[in-house]
Design a protein around this ligand. Structure first.
Ligand code: TXA
Ligand code: MG
Length: 315
């Protein structure tokens, strides 16, 4: 298990030094816990792929404390500046043209001429980024293909001493990953639904936004492979009731549910509970996890995206 420490000023200093020295540090954001490394250091970034067991080099989200630090590495169009003013800091990542002299490891872009940038809202994460003084590449802190972590215990269950420090600040408030939006072309495209909803983006830009469909053959974003977020148990979607041996993960009033994402049918509450409840129900005492229908609107789009991947055929 990695060494788990509370997220306070003392451990932020220690973790920031470990990051600058090229080591891995797991830390909370408002979406999920991230597995961080110095984004300017090839060896450090390579350690992320090794620790996660990523089958290939998918590009990583790079985290920054403020706009000045983003502007050093990426081109910001007027639209990018507008969306940044509205949604940063927050649960959204922008795919932007990468500056030639960005100084970031080429591995974070996995060969693409772009980078995915995010300024997280989580206070401790921003303090860590400020203290480290370097951009931090961080995918979700889970082994490749497994359920994303929303608590330090989830992270500790997946990793060992290859992670130098694990900063614990309790459960993540949003609970699903950031929205990934491609801003490299004139038309923005949502590559991954997440913490900022398509409806919020549409209200900001004044017209409907394209959402990339998941295509196993030719994923627009290399990380958009269909099977992902998989628990050990089989997943059955849009279930009205559990079959023999199955655990029902409910949404809305249901007396038969083993666990309920939100009894009052609240999508924000359901997103925050999603990964933790999947972790909890992924127990061999059940034969599978049946999941109640979730409305395809607002944060429900991000929840259903993760659930469809969890239910997809495994490689
Ligand atoms: O909430 C989150 O986004 C978390 C926290 C830690 O920030 N991070 C996260 O990272 O979920 P990861 O690596 O699990 O997912 C990154 C997603 C992948 O789908 C990847 O393909 C896409 O972003 N991505 C990264 N860079 C990209 C790029 N240059 N172009 C297109 N897609 C990119
Ligand atoms: Mg992930």
């Amino acid at each position: 298990m990695p060494s788990t420490s509370p997220l306070n000023d003392n451990f932020i200093e220690i973790a920031a030094s470990a990051l600058r020295a090229g080591n891995l540090v797991a830390f909370p954001t408002e979406t999920v816990y991230g597995l961080g490394a110095d984004a300017t250091n090839d060896t450090a970034v390579a350690k992320i792929f090794e620790a996660k067991g990523r089958p290939k080099f998918n590009p990583l989200i790079v985290h920054f404390p403020d706009m000045d630090s983003v502007e050093k590495v990426a081109e910001l169009s007027p639209l990018a500046n507008k969306l940044a003013a509205l949604f940063w800091p927050g649960p959204i990542s922008f795919v932007l043209p990468r500056k030639a002299d960005a100084g970031l490891s080429l591995l974070v872009s996995a060969g693409l001429p772009s980078i995915a940038a995010r300024i997280p809202a989580h206070e401790g994460a921003r303090k860590l980024l400020q203290t480290a003084g370097i951009p931090i590449a961080a995918p979700s802190a889970n082994r490749s293909g497994r359920i994303s972590p929303t608590t330090a215990a989830h992270v500790a269950a997946d990793f060992g001493e290859e992670v130098a420090y694990l900063l614990d600040n309790g459960p993540c408030a949003v609970g699903v990953e950031s929205t990934v939006i491609d801003l490299t072309e004139t038309k923005p495209v949502v590559l991954r639904p997440g913490g900022i909803t398509a409806e919020q983006i549409e209200a900001a830009i004044g017209h409907p936004v394209d959402v990339a469909s998941v295509n196993e053959e030719n994923p627009k974003s290399p990380g958009m492979l269909l099977s992902h977020y998989a628990p050990q148990l089989p997943i059955r979607l849009n279930a009205s009731a559990a079959k023999d041996g199955e655990a029902l993960l409910g949404f809305g009033p249901s007396s038969a549910a083993a666990m309920n994402l939100s009894v009052r049918g609240d999508l924000v509450e359901a997103a925050a509970n999603l990964f933790a409840y999947l972790h909890d129900l992924d127990d061999p005492k059940w034969s599978g996890i049946a999941i109640s229908p979730i409305p395809e609107q607002g944060l429900g789009c991000a929840i259903n995206d993760r659930l469809r991947r969890a239910a997809a055929p495994r490689p």
